[in-house]
Each structure stands twice: as C-alpha cells, then as structure tokens.
Write a protein that binds this ligand. Structure first.
Ligand SMILES: [Zn+2]
Length: 260
C-alpha cells in the first residue's frame, strides 16, 4: 500500500475509534468481555422480514419498522461483546407464502411449515434472515442457513442484568445459533433457553467470530473503512453513503449495556 494511503487509512480508523471508543463497559455481575476496537468489528448483513397474512392472524406480525430499529439496536449492544454488528441489509414487509391453514400445519410439521412461509423472491444467500411473525410454539427457532423465525409474542423469564424486553434477546439468541453457538444453561447467558440474560463468555466470543468470518459476506470494519476511503477518492457518493450506513450500526460507546 502507498504510504500516504496507509496514513489516511490510519487517520480514518483513529477518528472513528475516537468516536466510538470503548464499546465495552457492559454492566452487571459478569466480567467485561468486550475489548474490541471499531476496526476489529465484523459487520454482518441482516435481512429482516415482517410477515403479513390477511386471513391468518397467527402469522400476521404486529411489529413495525420502528420496532425493528429498536430491536436491532439492542441486538447489536449484546453482540458488541463479541465485536459483531448486524446491519440492516433491508427490511421487507411482505405477505407470507402459503399462509393457508398455518396453525394446523405448524402443529404437524413446524419446520416445513415455517420454511414454506418465506417469500421466495426475497431469499438470498449472502445475508442472515430473520422472519418475524405473530405465533409459533417456541419463542424463536433457527433453521440451519435457512433463516431465523421469531414470534412477536415472545415471553422470557427475567434474570438480573438481563435485557429489558424479549424480542431483542430472542433475536440475539437465535443469531448466536446462526453463529454456531449451542445452548449453555447458565441463567445469565445469551445461549440459555427462555431467560433474558445476554452474556457471552470468551470461548463463545471466539467461536462466534470464527463462524462469522466463514461467510464471505461478513466484512471486517477495517476493510469496510478502507473501501470507504477508496470510494471517496473516486467520488462514489452513493456507495460511500451505504458503507457509512452499515458502520452506523456499530453501537456508540455511550450505548454500552445489554440492550437496555
Ligand atoms: Zn436456542
């Protein structure tokens, strides 16, 4: 790399680091586990689907785009422990496919039924998918590489220092499965079942980051910052705006805490 370019990259990294510094600072009974600089964050695209169904209230989600923004903000404060940020690739409010007789079909074969609700035209293989709907038996469920389903009626048992509402916690938990994490039933842990805790331990952080990096569409913030700088030089205004939008999902230092 040309020295002056390297220097400018360093300056950009430094100024962003100053803006976001110490993303750590999670409070509560467990030790801090977040020591990631902004440049070390991994940025993962997340496509959020709000499923609608005119004649199937059990499918039709009550969530709005404002809810999604709030939920994702809290998800990212949880995942800041691991230096992982899920940016909103897009938000799709869309009619579920195959809605007929949903409740009965879900009782008989939950997996096939839920997967059949996904509108084919909005499926992609270069992002994580979360589908919100009104009612399923569990709070949330992850199907290997095929999507996460979360019900907007999710309920959890509160634990000390846990998240203050169920949906960000359920979403963050299922994203943990998507990053290969198994259950760990310590009550304050993100991967405990049915609880509101959000903690990750050192081993989980390492495993989740390794898993995230297996996806070619998960990009380190440092690479994204470098791309931003290159595009700025070429005058790619729209592309720069998009890359900055992605970076804006990295929580600010003042937002530290488990999704409160
Ligand atoms: Zn689980």
């Amino acid at each position: 790399m040309h020295p002056s370019r390297q220097c400018r990259t360093t300056r950009v990294l430094f100024s962003l680091a100053c803006a976001f510094t110490t993303l750590a600072g999670v409070v509560g009974a467990e030790p801090k586990t977040n020591g990631f600089a902004v440049a070390d964050f991994l940025l993962a695209p997340l496509r959020v689907h709000l499923l609608t169904a005119t004649n199937e209230p059990a499918i039709h989600t009550q969530l709005s785009s404002n809810d999604v923004v709030r939920i994702l903000g809290k998800v990212n404060r949880v995942w800041a422990q691991a230096g992982v940020t899920f940016y909103l690739e897009s938000l799709r409010t869309e009619a579920a496919s195959n809605p007929t007789n949903y409740a009965q079909r879900a009782k008989e074969d939950e997996r096939t039924t839920l997967l059949s609700l996904r509108p084919r035209h909005s499926l992609a293989t270069n992002c994580f998918h979360v589908f919100y709907l009104h009612q399923i038996q569990p709070n949330g469920i992850y199907f290997n590489d095929q999507g996460i389903f979360v019900k907007d009626t999710a309920r959890l048992r509160p634990v000390a220092g846990g998240l203050d509402e169920p949906l960000p916690r359920v979403t963050a938990h299922e994203l943990g499965h998507a990053l290969t994490l198994p259950h760990r039933q310590d009550v304050t842990n993100l991967l405990a079942s049915g609880m509101s805790g959000g903690w990750l331990n050192t081993q989980e952080i390492a495993q989740a980051r390794t898993a995230a990096q297996q996806h070619p569409w998960v990009e380190p913030a440092a690479a994204l910052l470098k791309r931003t700088e290159d595009l700025q030089r070429k005058g790619g205004v729209d592309e720069v705006r998009e890359l900055r939008r992605r970076l804006s999902f990295v929580p600010l230092a003042g937002d530290a805490g488990l999704g409160r």
